[in-house]
Structure formats: structure tokens, C-alpha cells
Design a protein around this ligand. Structure first.
Ligand code: DX5
Ligand code: ZN
Length: 218
């Protein structure tokens, strides 16, 4: 069984409360929180303050995706804000292993994310500290982009490596996942599907229909 982790980046921020209720009322368990710093990626999103306010109002599993340079400087803030999982980018720090350890010291799950152009070989010496691997299926920075087709092979390869090295690691994919391509992503061994622009909509009934479509299939 896999999970859907809707990306809040695509939400209507004026109506966050209502939109999050739609997720909760329709059996969504995870919330994907994209933190962007305008440096590691060209875009700026939101930070620990917003996450803390949300934490006080929902029990969804907070799947925090840090697209920030030097994440080591902010792990404590995001852990205190209520993250259940913190995923850093391998490309964003000189010391990925140390940062994963830093995350785990807070008693929460530690994930590593790889950009589309990053080889899986960077995982070689990280296995002991990993709870989750996030394969980017678009270049990070923006919602609403198209799924990069070569990601399919990378996802399959990651699933193989997880099975060989530590089979309780969660495999997550992020970017361009939509109702229109979900079928082609179903048999790859993915545990968590992130989807943003396809799920969030001002039309709450449409949101409900989309969520149902995903949850019936994954
Ligand atoms: C991209 C973010 C994604 C994004 C996904 O940098 O990490 O989580 O919000 O959005 P969609 O589903 O619209 O591609
Ligand atoms: Zn993300």
C-alpha cells in the first residue's frame, strides 16, 4: 500500500484551513511541505513559521522537503516546528551524512532527495542513516512541471537498491505526478506519491474527486 502526499505549494493560501480539511476528510495521511530558499532553487516558498501554525491544527504526517542550501543550519527549526520527516537535498550540503544524523537526533525520519541529474551512486555510504529516498521527477523549484520520462528507470533502479540494502526505506517521487500519468507509475515500487497542482484546486469537489482517483489506485 502506498500513500499520497499532496504538496501544499499548490494550495490556495487564502483558504488553507478549508483545503487541509478536504485532505483530512478524504483519508489523506501525509502533507508534503516544500521549503525553497531562492538559492538552492530559484523560487521562494514558506518556512518554519507556517509549518508550526499548521502543526497546531492538523495531525497529518508532515513530510518536509527542504530545497535550501546548508540545511544543517535549519534542521532544529523545522524539527521544532513539527516535521515528522525532514528530507534534505544531497546537492545542498557538503555533509549529507552528518545532516541525516542531525535529523535523526530529533527522533524523526530522515530523507535524502536527489535532483534528476544526480546519480544514485551518492547513496552508497548513506544507507545506515536513511529512512526515505525522494527521487525528483522534475527539476526542483516549481510546481506544475512535466514529469521527466527518464525518471522511470531511475525509480526502478532505486527500488532495486532499497531492496538490496535496507528494505524498510520509503521510496518517494515528486514532480509532475498527475491523474493522467499515475497509471504508468503504479508498478515501480513507489511508497509515497507527491502531487501538487493536480490535487489542489479552488473547487473543493474537484479536489475530492482527484484524491479519490489517487487513493483508489495507489
Ligand atoms: C518541486 C516541488 C514539488 C512540487 C510538485 O520543486 O518539490 O513538491 O510542489 O508539484 P507538481 O505536482 O505540481 O509537479
Ligand atoms: Zn517537493
Amino acid at each position: 500500500m502506498a500513500f499520497l502526499s499532496p504538496s501544499l505549494l499548490a494550495a490556495d493560501f487564502y483558504n488553507l484551513e478549508r483545503q487541509i480539511k478536504v485532505l483530512e476528510e478524504n483519508n489523506v495521511k501525509y502533507l508534503h511541505l516544500d521549503v525553497m530558499d531562492g538559492n538552492f532553487v530559484p523560487n521562494i516558498s514558506y518556512g518554519a513559521g507556517i509549518i508550526k501554525s499548521l502543526r497546531e491544527n492538523t495531525n497529518l504526517v508532515f513530510d518536509v522537503h527542504l530545497m535550501i542550501e546548508k540545511p544543517e543550519n535549519y534542521i532544529d527549526d523545522f524539527a521544532k516546528a513539527g516535521a515528522d520527516i525532514i528530507t534534505i537535498h544531497q546537492e545542498a550540503t557538503k555533509h549529507p551524512l552528518r545532516v541525516l544524523q542531525q535529523i535523526k537526533e530529533h527522533g524523526i525520519k530522515a530523507g535524502i532527495s536527489l535532483n534528476p541529474g544526480t546519480s544514485l551512486s551518492v547513496l552508497d555510504y548513506l544507507w545506515d542513516e536513511l529512512d526515505l529516498i525522494l527521487i525528483m521527477t522534475v527539476n526542483p523549484g516549481f510546481g506544475g512541471q512535466s514529469f521527466i520520462p527518464s525518471s522511470i528507470d531511475k525509480i526502478k533502479e532505486t527500488r532495486k537498491l532499497i531492496n538490496q540494502n535496507k528494505d524498510d526505506i520509503l521510496l518517494e517521487i515528486d514532480g509532475g505526478v498527475k491523474t493522467t500519468n499515475l497509471e504508468s507509475l503504479l508498478d515501480l515500487g513507489v511508497d509515497i506519491f507527491v502531487s501538487g497542482s493536480d490535487i489542489f484546486n479552488k473547487d473543493l469537489n474537484l479536489m475530492k474527486e482527484k484524491i479519490e482517483y489517487y487513493l483508489e489506485r495507489i
